[in-house]
Write a protein that binds this ligand. Sequence first.
Ligand SMILES: O=C(O)[C@H]1O[C@H](OP(=O)(O)OP(=O)(O)OC[C@H]2O[C@@H](n3ccc(=O)[nH]c3=O)[C@H](O)[C@@H]2O)[C@H](O)[C@@H](O)[C@@H]1O
Length: 393
Amino acid sequence: MVDSVRASLKHRYSSFTEQSPHETLEDPVSLSTLRKLYLTPHSALPHTTDRENITITYQPGALSPYPPVKLLNPIEKKRVLVTGGAGFVGSHLVDRLMLMGHSVICLDNFFTGSKANVAHWIGHPNFELIRHDVVDPILVEVDQIYHLACPASPVHYQSNPVKTLKTGFFGTYNMLGLSKRVKARFLLASTSEIYGDPEEHPQKESYWGHVNCVGPRACYDEGKRVAETLAYSYHRQDNVDVRVARIFNTFGPRMNWNDGRVVSNFILQALKDEDLTVYGNGKSTRSFQYVHDLVDGLILLMNSDCKEPVNIGTQEEFTIDQFAEMVIELVKRATGKCESKLIHMPALEDDPQRRKPDNSRAKERLNWEPKWNVVDGLAETVKYFKIQLEERP
Ligand SMILES: O=C(O)[C@H]1O[C@H](OP(=O)(O)OP(=O)(O)OC[C@H]2O[C@@H](n3ccc(=O)[nH]c3=O)[C@H](O)[C@@H]2O)[C@H](O)[C@@H](O)[C@@H]1O
């Protein structure tokens, strides 16, 4: 199974150019097909109130207004639940699963997710959108569950810490209970935050972490730690088939406008010619991966036999000052000008000082490694936010 999944993922990277000669509409995951889903300006979409006569957007001559999805035979076609499927990462995962031909249920409470992120699939026979909060139980018959639902930006998860903890515990508990009942394989979207402010660098999966359990980040960090504990407890006690992805900093199109994380903040500030707000001395580090690489990793992990936690992240490490300079440079390239400067603000409490994954387990067990570098990913994200800014009233 994992080989066929890998085969359908690898083609996409033959070239990053818009007009790759290798891309065909039969390819379920070609980059140009993906790009149409998030880099098409709203104004370029067909506008009609008559659904019968809707303009064909994605494949001239075809009879469907939807992006072309692969036709799978019933044995290969999985029923997949994606919790948090209307969020930033979740919606890219939904796109990929849909294009691969699976039947996808997207579940979201729309706290940080948005219907606009998955609007292009609404009405498709393979797609269902359910407004639901994972804190409450739900019963759906599925084969696989990707459990992503939880606010991930520090600004959002700290805005209601008790709710974040409830999502970490009860949300995961409910989804594991569902996995047990319907015998679905379960993948938890865990996080590099479970390592806290790490004393080991780079961080291996064997590292137990350094989290301040009474600090402002604890609602998220401890919520994800207990979510991992729940997953492995259900595995030991009830033989639930679990996978755990520890996701490192991820960026890309569809990050929330008001996300508050460094990538969207810096890009929007630079596009508006505002100064870039660096918290602390700018010497702390992060390793930023592009969202398509993460989605590859999640799909490969789900379809692998690897039950241990796996880091999914890139090893390109930057100080926040370096990262800010890079954003300014890329915005200059995209717009022809950018007058922004760096301003240093007070440091955030318990902000991890260094973060970089040891991703050798992902390489060995999943044959996964990032294919995008930060500059290419950032250029595409700048393009996305530029379109968003131009279209805002
Ligand atoms: O991006 C992610 O995927 C991760 O984002 C956050 O972790 P964090 O590393 O704190 O992410 P940011 O809020 O983007 O901060 C990164 C660094 O940039 C700094 N920062 C952030 C925002 C800003 O405007 N300026 C600024 O200097 C922060 O202080 C921090 O040192 C979440 O807590 C993680 O769960 C998530 O996996």
